[in-house]
Design a protein. Structure first.
Length: 189
C-alpha cells in the first residue's frame, strides 16, 4: 500500500480521520508521520509535493463556518506557522483572520492533493466513502469503525453568514469555495 497524506485546514477533522484510519487497520499518525502515513493540517506546504514518501495526497474539508469558528481558537504559535505558508493575515480581527486562513489554506491544500472530499461524508453507504476506499485501497471493516464525531472538538464561536455583512467580498469568496466543496451556506431570513 502506498503511504497516505491527508491534509486540509486545521480544525477540519484530520484527528478524526487519523483515528478512523487506525481503527480500519492503518498506522496513520495525526500531525506525525507513521508507517502508513499522516493526517494533519501542518502537511499543507508546497514542499510536500516533493516528498516521495507519500503515494497519495488527499484534501479533507469540513463545514466551512464551523471550521472558521473553530480556527478562531488558535494560539499565536499556530498563526505564526500559518503565516509562514500563506503570508500575513489580519491580526486585529479574529473573524477575518480565520476566514482568510480557511480560504487560502484550502486553496493550497487542494492544489497539492489528487482529490478533495468532505469529512462529513465518510460514513457507511455514501458515494464519497466508496470513492475514498477505492482511492486509498483501504477496505473498511464491518462493523464500520465507531469514532466519535466530536473527537478533538473544542468550544468555539458560532460563525454565521450575517457575521460577514461588513465584508461582502470575503463572504463571496467563502461562498464560492464552499460551493466548490459541495456546501451550501446561504443567508437565511
Amino acid at each position: 500500500m502506498m503511504r497516505l497524506c491527508i491534509t486540509g485546514c486545521s480544525r477540519s477533522g484530520t484527528g478524526w480521520i487519523a483515528e478512523f484510519c487506525r481503527r480500519s487497520g492503518l498506522d496513520i499518525g495525526h500531525e506525525k508521520v507513521r508507517a502508513d502515513g499522516v493526517a494533519g493540517w501542518m502537511w499543507t506546504m508546497p514542499e510536500i509535493e516533493a516528498r516521495s514518501e507519500f503515494g497519495l495526497i488527499l484534501h479533507q474539508v469540513r463545514e466551512p463556518l464551523a471550521t472558521i469558528g473553530s480556527t478562531m481558537t488558535h494560539r499565536a504559535k499556530v498563526w505564526e506557522h500559518v503565516e509562514k505558508v500563506i503570508g500575513p493575515l489580519p491580526k486585529d480581527n479574529a473573524l477575518l483572520r480565520s476566514a482568510f486562513y480557511w480560504i487560502r489554506w484550502n486553496i493550497v491544500s487542494e492544489a497539492l492533493a489528487s482529490w478533495t472530499y468532505r469529512v462529513e461524508e465518510i460514513r457507511p453507504g455514501t458515494a464519497t466513502m466508496s470513492e475514498w476506499s477505492a482511492r486509498t485501497g483501504i477496505v473498511i471493516p464491518s462493523p464500520f469503525p465507531d469514532v466519535p464525531r466530536n473527537l478533538n472538538a473544542r468550544r468555539h464561536p458560532c460563525v454565521r453568514p450575517s457575521d460577514f455583512a461588513e465584508y461582502p467580498e470575503t463572504w463571496q469568496q467563502i461562498r464560492a469555495l464552499s460551493a466548490r466543496y459541495g456546501y451550501s451556506i446561504e443567508v437565511t431570513q
